[in-house]
Design a protein around this ligand. Structure first.
Ligand code: DCP
Length: 235
């Protein structure tokens, strides 16, 4: 496996909503000795309020985002970056000690180049909001370069299959997610990771990307799962 130089290789798993990223990470934990870190979704669905607001109460920011993306888009995406970078600081010992490589669910670049770029392209985020986000994102990464991946595994799934998987898991916040939205998110992934038509910093352009067909069932198809895990050694 390719070495990142100083420290373990950070591999980010990217892919559409309900593509199967969490399942993939669970399978990696079960069948390999690679360390995995799930996305902090529960931090976004249960934000503790300050004592002077309502002691002990929590608010669901992901829900707010889906209910009113124009109002909550920037706030939600700022909190996503904050929680990811915070996770890197808090888990540093665990992440960086004694492992050759570890996998994370999405990355700070997926947030910016897929979700935030999509909000901007759809006119949901204004020029000013998008620029504010990008300034903050760049600064956060300068302060915490560890949050940037060394390699990317793109779990490519059709938006139609993602919709089926999304309905099957029934996360209440995602009730308003449409096929059209999943197609937009799919397209943003393709532009970034396959077509390579998005303007990105040279350091990110150098990061190797492996595309894996995730329409197949990795839980049931032992041979395919084995092939995919073998590919992880290509990094
Ligand atoms: N999300 C978002 N913007 C981001 C990151 C995530 O709007 N920058 C949303 C999309 C989903 C939810 O947060 O509604 C969880 O995100 P993921 O797609 O990363 O996680 P899933 O659990 O949906 O992935 P999978 O089913 O592939 O495991």
């Amino acid at each position: 496996m390719y070495s990142a130089g100083n420290g373990p290789l950070k591999i980010s798993i990217e892919g559409n909503i309900a593509a199967g990223k969490s399942t993939f990470l669970q399978l990696v934990s079960k069948y390999t000795d690679l360390k995995t870190f799930q996305e902090p979704v529960c931090d976004w669905t249960s934000v503790p309020l300050e004592p002077e607001c309502d002691p002990g109460a929590h608010k669901n920011l992901l829900d707010n985002f889906y209910l009113d993306p124009a109002r909550w888009g920037l706030t939600f995406q700022q909190y996503v970056i904050f929680s990811r970078v915070k996770g890197f600081y808090e888990d540093k010992e665990n992440m960086f000690n004694g492992h050759g490589a570890f996998l994370t669910e999405r990355s700070v670049w997926g947030d910016r180049l897929v979700f935030v770029r999509n909000l901007f392209k759809q006119g949901v985020m204004s020029d000013l909001e998008y620029s504010l986000y990008c300034h903050q994102h760049s600064f956060a990464l300068e302060q915490c370069p560890d949050a940037s991946p060394d390699a990317i595994l793109y779990l490519k799934t059709s938006p139609e299959i993602c919709l089926e998987r999304l309905k099957h898991r029934g996360r209440s916040e995602e009730i308003s997610v449409t096929l059209e939205y999943l197609r937009q998110i799919h397209q943003r992934h393709e532009e970034w990771l396959v077509e390579k038509t998005v303007d990105i910093p040279p350091s990110l352009a150098k990061v190797p990307v492996l595309v894996v067909d995730c329409t197949k069932n990795l839980i049931k198809d032992d041979q395919y799962r084995h092939e995919v895990f073998e590919k992880l050694n290509c990094f």
